[in-house]
Design a protein. Sequence first.
Length: 277
Amino acid sequence: MPNHENYIIENETTDINKKQEYWDTGIGLNKVDNLSPSKYLLNLSQKNVNGTLKYYEVENLLKTYYESQDTTNIHIQQEKECDLVSLRIAQLLEDKSFGFSPITLKNIHLYLFKDIYSFAGSYRNYNITKKEDILNGDTVKYVNYQDIESYFEYDFKEEKNFDYSKLDSNELIAHIAKFTSSIWQIHPFGEGNTRTTAVFIEKYLNNMGFKVNNNMFKDKSLYFRNALVRSNYGNIPKGIYPTFSYLIMFFENLLQNKNNKLENTELYVKNLFENNT
């Protein structure tokens, strides 16, 4: 009889297609902050995909490379962030371990942004706003910093106790979209919230057995963020209400391989641009 008692130590995958997918997702997610990788990173990533370099070797080479660069230059700073975070997203997506807890969110943020942000892995201790293009400069109302832990406790408890077995496929997608929207709206960190949320949600979905179409995060990460904005923004006097419809379309493509047309231009709230000439 076969021996099923031994644990298997996970090593980097040798599946070239999966490797490329993880890298594409990592690089694509950085587009939410208008970040692009260096040519050096693109070269190193291909060596990793082909099995010539391990992830840790890529990181070591990147760190050595940026030691010789002028990191006071904003363009170099942005490339460094994109390069390191893309690498780390690829690593985390390949790693199949997962724990359903706000601790995992904090640890993802810490891993992605260590040596980039001084507050990596720490909740913000101040309130924030962010001018959104699709809202004509208005902002989503994020959770008060004093309430971050309470909101996480509530959202994670509700999700952990939620019974998916009673949902049809449309209800399931809607529920996942709403849970994602809820934890994103907390915006617990000073920067890097959308990238952290995306990695967490993908790992959560993989943990539940879903097959994720990573082309969505590769090509439509900005749409994903803007859809999260629309799911959390309302201005009742102007007839604007939060809508999950755009986020649901994104998740239908992500999990059901639908071909909803996802255009950022559709996410602009036209009422906010009227009489603004």
